[in-house]
Design a protein around this ligand. Sequence first.
Ligand code: FMN
Length: 169
Amino acid sequence: MSAEGDVGNLAVDLKQAMRGFAQSVVIVSTVGNDGARYAMAATAVTPLSMDPPSMLICVNRTASSHAILEGGANFALNILHTGQMDVARTCGGAAKGEERFGSGNWQADAQGVPYLADAQAAIICHQRQRISYGSHDIFIGDVQAVRLADSADPLVYFDGAYRRIGDKL
Ligand SMILES: Cc1cc2nc3c(=O)[nH]c(=O)nc-3n(C[C@H](O)[C@H](O)[C@H](O)COP(=O)(O)O)c2cc1C
């Protein structure tokens, strides 16, 4: 067990704790004023509220899409299904920039925000707020539109690997 003040061990233990924190894999996608598209795999994605319908994401300031989001860009949150591991890998760092859009059925909404038409769900967000903390920024978006597939079989990241959810208890 580690505690505040024991910074080295605290980070190691927190990483270990988070390895056991199963989360759905989401692709955050956005577009710059120049039309350049960005996509990034993320698990730090949380439903914030239903009043108003809103979501939050945590984005490392080193990520290529950060500057675009910092400029106030709207974004889409694309929840992946188990058939989309290739998209997760591509957008998790295997490819860069526009090459990331080579995997998956990418479309653009009326405002030009790219979304994954074959995702389990695509949630289009209008950016409302940014909060800086440590190495990351939290971006809050009001939900503008939701596109849903007929069924759900989410791609989950747990203990350093992509997985499918198991049996109902
Ligand atoms: C499963 C998984 C989850 C990730 N979750 C996040 C996240 O929540 N926030 C974040 O900033 N980066 C996250 N990353 C890392 C980014 O996907 C990665 O750093 C980004 O694609 C970097 O590429 P870029 O700077 O070239 O855009 C995650 C990566 C993987 C593989």
